[in-house]
Write a protein that binds this ligand. Structure first.
Ligand code: F0G
Length: 424
């Protein structure tokens, strides 16, 4: 396998060998992966043909020449992630959102029930390529679950996760524990865990697998590529993404930007990032004409996976949002949970973080920023079942708009019939 990729600093432009185990430029800013696709000498139509021919392969391998062409196939550690459903909204959802061509790209249908598996197939495979023994991440719950699973499956890599104690769901906590990963709960928030894991991996030969590692971002590009492939290469007008640490929106943007530059697609979608009102530094920057990041203290929110006040990939996200004529919206707790409940009533199980994106899409439509006739894909980042407490809390409070309370009755047929208003 020829190496056709390198690291480049997004700020000073300094370049590094892709085989260097580094996560930041000497100047302190983020690195990104640059691929010299010209070396593959492929015309736009040939790319599409290649993807069609590789439909029987797992998504990461099918799109690997666009994602991480310098990684040898035999180093890939995959749990069959990807090929997630792209649901078309039913009529009721179409009406609710006021959008005729509405889709949900359900990344919660991945092996560990979140989009993080897309990044980990790349990140853990790259760690495997390096031959590292230990990988680590800070997490609000989903990154740690994914990293733990891939490390465990590899049989040779030890996972170490740093979690903000008491700030992630029980289901999320259960994942790294069950995968045998060393699970550390720290008396701090995500931003605090992130700081320590950066110091830990700078000091010891431990491979950092947060999204500040640019290899992770490459893996997550697959979400946008696969979505457009599923739409038969018809680029949607909008892609709406929930934002926490801002890695995912950067990844989806980068993948689609590269497809556009290679001529695989000939239209740019618009990007919309949505944050919880409790943690919205990117939104604040957007409303001030993309002003510099002002970190905030992230307040408690039902969207706990995006309770992040100092997003690491802020600058990458702003770059992609500007390139794609993007916007940023925010949603409060009630907007998030009502929207989640309504979407779920239609059979689509989305987590509160994903519901932030859905609520944002609804608001953007109501403000007529998204137009009725435009096509929209909302990226759902994790499965509802990872956050069951949010469901139970919502539905057991009868004051909530779409509450569906369980009914507890005596165990007799007549009680069931009475409750269902059936003739006895
Ligand atoms: N949705 C879910 C379900 C997440 O877990 C995350 C991030 C996001 C959205 C936001 O993505 O950070 O790339 O902007 N979770 C990270 C974690 C921070 O540790 O699992 P982002």
């Amino acid at each position: 396998m020829n190496i056709i990729s390198k690291f480049r600093c997004i700020s000073c432009g300094r370049e590094y060998n892709i085989k260097d185990m580094i996560f930041r430029c000497a100047c302190g800013d983020l690195l990104e992966v640059i691929h010299d696709f010209s070396k593959l000498k492929r015309k736009p139509g040939e790319w599409k043909r290649l993807f069609e021919e590789n439909m029987d392969k797992v998504a990461f391998l099918r799109y690997k020449d666009l994602i991480l062409p310098s990684l040898p196939d035999d180093k890939v550690i995959t749990l069959d992630e990807g090929d997630t459903p792209l649901y078309k909204a039913n009529n009721r959802l179409g009406k609710f959102f006021g959008i005729k061509r509405l889709y949900f790209k359900h990344e919660g249908m991945n092996p560990t029930l979140s989009f993080k598996d897309r990044g980990m197939v790349a990140g853990v495979s790259w760690a495997n390529y390096f031959g590292v023994k230990d990988v680590a991440c800070a997490s609000t719950g989903d990154t740690s679950a994914a990293m733990a699973a891939y490390a465990a499956y590899s049989e040779k890599i030890r996972g170490i996760v740093l979690l903000p104690k008491g700030k992630i769901s029980v289901e999320q906590l259960s994942q790294p524990i069950s995968f045998g990963t060393t699970t550390l709960g720290l008396e701090t928030d995500f931003d605090g865990c992130m700081q320590i894991v950066k110091e830990l991996t700078a000091k010891h030969p431990i491979y950092l697998l947060n999204s500040m590692n640019p290899i992770r971002i490459e893996g997550q590009k697959a979400i946008g590529i696969e979505m457009i492939h599923q739409l038969d290469w018809e680029v949607p007008d909008w892609i709406v993404v929930p934002v926490g640490n801002a890695g995912n929106i950067s990844a989806i943007g980068k993948g689609i930007r590269e497809m556009y530059e290679l001529g695989i697609i000939s239209k740019k979608p618009r990007l919309a990032g949505v944050q919880s009102s409790s943690a919205c530094p990117l939104y604040n920057s957007y409303t001030k004409g993309w002003s510099d990041l002002e970190p905030v203290k992230a307040e408690k929110t039902v969207a706990s996976a995006i309770q992040i006040g100092n997003p690491v990939s802020f600058r990458k996200a702003v770059r992609e949002l500007r390139y794609f004529n993007g916007v940023v919206e925010k949603a409060d707790e009630k907007e998030i949970m009502d929207c989640k409940a309504f979407v779920e009533r239609n059979g689509i199980p989305l987590c509160p973080n994903s519901a932030v994106a859905a609520a944002g899409a609804l608001k953007l439509r109501n403000k007529n920023i998204i137009k009725e006739g435009e096509s929209v894909v909302i990226v759902l980042t994790a499965h509802s079942t990872k956050f069951s407490h949010a469901v139970i809390n919502y539905h057991t409070d009868s004051t909530n708009k779409y509450a569906n309370l369980p009914i507890y009755i005596k165990p007799t047929l007549s009680e069931v019939e009475k409750t269902l208003n059936l003739k006895q």
